[in-house]
Design a protein. Sequence first.
Length: 394
Amino acid sequence: MSLLMKALEKAAKDRGAARETPPAATPAAAEPVAAAEKPQPMELTLEPLHTDAPSPAQPAKPPPSASREQARAATVIQATARPAAPAASRGPRLRPVIALGLGAGLVAVAFAVYVYLQINHPGLFIRQPPPAAPLAQAPQPAPVPAPISTGAVVAPATPAETAAAAVPREPETRRPAPPAQAAAQAPEAPRNRIQISAGSAAPQVDNRLVQAYAALQSGKLDAARQNYGDVARSDPRNIDALLGLASVAMQEGKTDEAGRLYFSVLELEPRNAYAQTGLIAMLGRADPLAAEAKLKQLISLAPSASVYFTLGNLYGDQSRWAEAQQAYFQAHQLEPANPDYAYNLAVGLEHVGQPRLAVDFYRRAVEQAGNKGRAGFNLAQAQDRIRQLAAQPQ
């Protein structure tokens, strides 16, 4: 590069020097001087002026050394400019590759969008059929009645049944054995041993429990509370009285009092199914999973209609009607004469789409409630439901 700069500078100096040198005198310009030296006469004359067009100036030829320097500089410039040619030639070659890459990327994006729409919105690529003519709307059926809650029907066992279970079974009558065999089979009892024989007298049932249970079944909560309270004050450890008071409190909405009474029963009898079922029914909405597990555990230990009934109500609160209907059916199987179990079974059958079977169990519940003189459900509402279902086309 230094050589090139020197050559350019020298060429510029040579051109400047050539411009400063004056041009040589022409022969035509020397003639007037010679004529001026001759003497002329003393008269004024006008002579035409001869104006000759100036000859074009000839360009000065650069000296040989300057031309050599210029040729050398041009050679250097051409040598430095040659490597730029391949870069210009590579441009057109790269354009097809870039275009092909962009096209492949667009195709990939379009395919990804198509796959996404096929998976998440398949209806976009399906031709929708023309809308059908509107059909006449069928009348909406009446809403299904709500099942009876557990607190309204969980009651202690009938006092008469409890007392009968406590009576010892009368021993079977046996024929007297022959004396020889009797002497051989049983040794002689010592004379000083006191023998106690079972009598035939059965334990007496407190009449107040019978009256309290009848009042509870008839919905007379004040009378039931009075009679159960009298028994509990005279015998604080009476299970039937405590369960009766807890059932009355549940029906009155006094859950705190009912829970305290149920815990009192469990302190006296930890495996009492009625107390456990009542507590689970109270806590079911707070923790349905734990309540369901506890109820199933009770069923595995000692299946009872009240436990199945509570489990069905727990399923009903969660709209699990298929499971609720199965639980109500088990409760009805264990106590077929209970109108409340038949009524809730009818409600469950309606929810699973079996109205014809539901009508049968509604009728059974109404009939059993008439026989017992009490029901935990609205008889008029049940009879209206029977008429509505019977009027529906099969």
